[in-house]
Design a protein around this ligand. Structure first.
Ligand SMILES: [Zn+2]
Length: 350
């Protein structure tokens, strides 16, 4: 879907220049991304033509049914068979989009990287501000005792992985269909967007709740959309670019951190050094993050069931309550249901 501007020669370059300018004049940028950010790392998305939902699952069930809470509880063997083949990409590496966002973060401009992906690639690239709405396949925990396990543990154990301490079934810390998102993450995302002076939405068709509704929390209309196909927000966005998210971000975000110090060379060197450190640290960071966050279940692109969006959206709007944050009531409901859903009652950590 090309927009009117696409038809003019040079339009693409002009748009990237516009994005560059918007970034330059902004100090509190938030990025909201989806599966399209990871496809350039070789991870298939869910909904496109070659997406997971349209692939043969090799099973007698549909992928959308398999990654649901009910299915997981009732058919863990089939769930894990599908999960290991289709949702785990241990060799995927961050691409230009992830790296460009980390540069923007280091430049002090990007304040939050909100993702619907569960592949850990933002953190692997060095991001410190990632909010994983749907959890991460890198975190797994025993449903009985709460012990945490790595993705490698899941891969190395045939069939359904069980806890080496108590024998309980292990589940990935991702949000399955029928499960609620961790309210802390939703709150964090909404708060970040409310404070943002520029919201860049990329690699998402904006059809999955609640991310699809997040733009409404922005207090102005400075929204940029970068996606290969069109989204419902295209016409309202300040700038819409239908192109590769990796190429666009890589071109629009300066390669070096505007060092207060000196020459470009120094800056570049510095950036390189930082990069190294980051890489080294990354594992640790990821682990830390995992630990600090509740071991709740979260899910992957929990594709919202089409029927529920309206209701859920309403819920999402309400800030949240429980917890340390401010919010009002609605979250309670969320929390409650969340608790209900969690398979094991006592276990969750704390
Ligand atoms: Zn256990």
């Amino acid at each position: 879907m090309e927009t009117r501007l696409d038809r003019y020669e040079g339009a693409k370059e002009n748009k990237i220049n516009q994005l560059r300018m918007l970034i330059e004049e902004s100090d509190n940028i938030v990025f909201l991304g989806g599966a399209g950010v990871s496809t350039e790392s070789g991870i298939p998305d869910f909904r496109s033509g070659e997406g997971i939902y349209n692939q043969e699952s090799g099973l007698k069930y549909r992928p959308v049914d398999i990654i649901s809470h009910t299915f997981f509880m009732e058919h863990p063997e089939e769930f894990y068979d599908f999960y290991k083949r289709k949702l785990l990409y241990p060799n995927a590496k961050p691409n230009k989009a992830h790296k460009a966002l980390v540069r923007l973060e280091k430049q002090g401009k990007l304040k939050a990287t909100i993702t619907q992906n569960i592949d850990n690639l933002h953190q692997e690239a060095g991001s410190k501000t990632t909010i994983e709405l749907h959890g991460s396949v890198f975190r797994n925990y025993c449903m009985e005792c709460g012990k945490k396990f790595t993705m490698e543990y899941i891969i190395e154990h045939e069939g359904v992985p069980h806890c080496d301490k108590c024998g309980g079934m292990i589940r990935p810390d991702i949000v399955l269909y029928e499960e609620n998102l961790e309210h802390e993450n939703v709150d964090g995302a909404i708060k970040a967007i409310k404070k943002a002076d520029l919201l860049i939405i990329g690699g998402t068709s904006l059809t999955v709740y609640p991310a699809a509704t997040f733009a409404q929390f922005l207090k102005h209309d400075k929204v940029v959309i970068i996606n290969k196909s069109s989204t419902y927000l295209d016409l309202q966005a300040l700038l819409t670019i239908h192109d590769s998210i990796g190429e666009v971000l890589d071109s629009a975000i300066p390669k070096t951190v505007p060092a207060k110090s000196s020459s470009k060379k120094t800056a570049a060197k510095k950036a390189a050094a930082t990069k190294k450190t980051t890489a080294t640290k990354k594992t640790t960071t990821a682990k830390k993050t995992a630990t600090s966050k509740k071991a709740t279940a979260s899910k992957r692109a929990a594709p919202a069931k089409k029927a529920e969006p309206a209701k859920k959206v309403a819920a999402a709007k309400k800030p949240s309550t429980s917890g340390k944050t401010s919010a009002p009531k609605k979250d309670t409901a969320v929390k409650k249901s969340s608790a209900k859903k969690k398979p094991t009652s006592k276990k969750s950590k704390e």
